[in-house]
Design a protein around this ligand. Structure first.
Ligand code: PAF
Length: 281
């Protein structure tokens, strides 16, 4: 696996591959990689000839009370894992490379509506940071295909909207959520859970499955959402939301036919905020 920290060597490598007629896949990450990330590398690999991954802890997507400086940086392990998964090139830009005018003075892309609700409402500015860095990374790497995980469903929609509106010549692929055997969605944040919280955490998935079952049984959406919030509280969580939305644009559905809907939860266990979702068939 090659590595590049600067734009010039990233571009030289990618352009050489492109000249050879090879298709380029790209998986952007903030590092601290787990099996969920590696499944995205594997997915990119199945669709393209060459896979580029980036590890960049993006300062502009962290809120004031979210600890950018304490985000785990595990580049040595990440690099080994990426090589094992046959990643061809690892791009590890410095903050100055991504933000030549500094993160505070950077241009900022706001994706309205889809970026304002749910996570956008609970983490103001978060999706501006995501959209901005993803636009920059897609411009720098210029891949044919870029892969994002479905665990961050709203992020995936924000990225799709960004790509469509900027007419970026890249296909966005979605990688399914990878779960532990007890149902807990893989996340870098799971490592912050203590033993008791780790035992409680799989309820998130169980509650999402319950929301699906209740909706399929004909219960009204609002009642399903209320019951899910109550179950979360009883299970030791502090919920930010437990909702059913249209999967395509996160708008509030009018009927309760589950097709095309998604159940989404964000809730805190102690100081750790977890999110998860379930597409409803
Ligand atoms: O999902 C992530 O890890 C980040 O939000 C991303 C897409 C790499 C942008 O920093």
């Amino acid at each position: 696996m090659r590595t590049a920290a600067d734009v010039r060597s990233l571009r030289a490598t990618v352009q050489a591959w492109r000249k050879d007629g090879q298709a380029i896949g790209f998986v952007p990450t903030m590092g601290n990689l787990h099996a969920g990330h590696y499944s995205l590398i594997d997915l990119a690999r199945r669709h393209t000839d060459r896979v580029v991954a980036s590890v960049f802890v993006n300062p502009t997507q962290f809120g004031l009370n979210e600890d950018y400086t304490r985000y785990p940086r595990t580049l040595v392990q990440d690099s080994a894992g990426l090589a094992e998964h046959h990643c061809d090139l690892l791009f590890t830009p410095a903050v100055e490379t991504m933000y030549p005018y500094g993160p505070e003075r950077a241009l900022s892309i706001h994706v309205p509506e889809i970026g304002d609700t749910l996570e956008g409402a609970h983490r103001p500015g978060h999706f501006d940071g995501v959209a901005t860095v993803v636009a920059k990374l897609l411009t720098l790497v210029a891949p044919d295909v870029a892969v994002f995980g479905q665990k961050d469903w709203q992020q995936l929609l924000v990225v799709k909207r960004l790509v469509k509106e900027l007419a970026l010549p890249v296909e966005i692929l979605a990688g399914p959520i990878v779960r532990e055997t007890d149902g807990l969605a893989m996340s870098s944040r799971n490592q912050y859970l203590d033993a008791e919280q780790r035992a409680q955490a799989p309820q998130l998935h169980a509650i999402l499955a319950g929301m699906h079952a209740s909706l399929a049984a004909g219960h009204p959406r609002e009642a399903v959402e209320r019951a899910a919030s109550m179950r979360l509280k009883r299970g030791g969580f502090v919920p930010d939301y437990a909702v059913i939305r249209r999967a395509g644009d996160l708008s509030i559905p009018t009927g309760s036919e589950p097709a095309g809907l998604i159940a989404l939860i964000a809730a805190k266990l102690g100081t750790t905020r977890l999110i998860d979702n379930l597409l409803l068939a």
